[in-house]
Design a protein around this ligand. Sequence first.
Ligand SMILES: *Cc1c(COP(=O)(O)O)cnc(C)c1O
Length: 392
Amino acid sequence: MKFEQIKQLDHEHVMNTYGRYDACIVSGKGATCVDVNGKKYIDFTSGIGVNSLGFADPDWVKAVSEQAGKLAHISNLFYTTPGLEVADTLCKKTGYSRVLFGNSGAEANEGAIKTARKYSFDKYGPGRATILTLVNSFHGRTVTTLAATGQDVFHNYFFPFTEGFKHAPAGDMAAVKAADDGSLCAVMVEFVQGEGGVIPLEETFVKRLAEWCKEKDILLIADEVQTGIGRTGKLLASQHFDILPDITTLAKGLGGGLPIGAFMVTDKLKDVMGASSHGTTFGMNPIVCAGANVVLKKVANDKFLKEVIMKGEKIRACLSLCPEVEDITGLGLMIGIKLRTKKSADVVKACLAKGLLVLTAKEKVRLLPPLTISDKELSEGIRILWDVLNQP
Ligand SMILES: *Cc1c(COP(=O)(O)O)cnc(C)c1O
């Protein structure tokens, strides 16, 4: 099929909810992919933080294909081993006690929200179900996770949204405390606000928030859908702060390219979600989990995570010298670039034309390269971005 026909088909028969980049990607290897016309691109997007091992990692492909040939699905009515292995590794590497699997980030957050509300209901009874999230956060696209998302642009059309969410400005402990009218059961945060513009929370705020939540028996939920699984140079971004939130949610990078979501709870919450309290048909799917096991085997490793930090530092060191760059934010290989004069959407287009895929986050250019990106691909991508930013 020719690219023009592909676009026509997409336009005709897929709901027009996405503003797509002007390319149809057909294959990839490492951090390089190829479009339908044979043009190559260096990938600084990882499919929005998903392809943590890049395209077609040989070990991932082998594990997923072998599992597909053995058992694709049987349902949660039976025991299966690939997901058990993921849960076991996650718990051993993070200090959490139990994991429940779903299929996406929004779903993981829904699970966390349900768990927090049930914990509070079981212990304190009704009326203590409000969840505080931060202004400018992003937590997903379901009716409930839209309500959780602290950006008014998302609170439109789909009324009525789920009740029981409040928002406070990031970094503002006084506002957090003021929001507590006795009805709070949890506070949910991203340690680096991703969609909101790659904005990290301040360490003092995170630590004070964690302490305050503990004092009040208000659960701290970490939405690590984007920051988790090595993206920031630690397995979990919470490990930068030496804290273990009561609940952490994961998705994007955990599967290495297949749809997965998960939320993990501490020992205190391990029995909150009992029989029939939650579930999903595809959760803990054997193929998806076979892929996740390969991701964890590679990423949950100090040497690998150190390299993630070094790759991030290389990008920062190079691009901070660029006159068009006003500021660089983020952690590890989650990078936001604030520009002086150019529009991020124009930079995306110019990069695409020159063979580099980058993202935007609000007014910033956002980079989420595969964690395994080679030095050569990294240098080439930086060079293209540098050229684009320095074009008049
Ligand atoms: C992407 C994202 C989500 C939503 O994940 P989906 O898999 O798209 O449902 C939720 N929270 C954060 C922080 C995200 O980056």
